[in-house]
Design a protein around this ligand. Structure first.
Ligand SMILES: [Ca+2]
Ligand SMILES: [Ca+2]
Length: 74
């Protein structure tokens, strides 16, 4: 009993977040409450940034300004 040939559908899930080792941060997108700074909560979507949050936060106010982020990106 031959079965009709069906296309073998292989679902390849491409990682949406494939930026590795490239510090591309969309400040405006990450600043979800638009207060001009990235809080640790807002940075949570970026694991790399979360890991280095304290280092990036030069003035230790718990938020990352656009300037602090610029310095991080290099
Ligand atoms: Ca914010
Ligand atoms: Ca800061």
């Amino acid at each position: 009993m031959a079965r009709p040939l069906e296309p073998d559908v292989t679902v390849v899930s491409a990682p949406a977040d494939s930026i590795v080792g490239d510090y591309t941060v969309d400040f405006d997108r990450m600043d979800s409450n638009h207060d001009g700074a990235i809080s640790s909560t807002e940075a949570a979507s970026n694991s790399t940034l979360t890991a280095e949050f304290r280092a990036v936060d030069n003035n230790h106010d718990g938020k990352l300004s656009r300037k602090e982020l610029e310095g991080w990106k290099r």
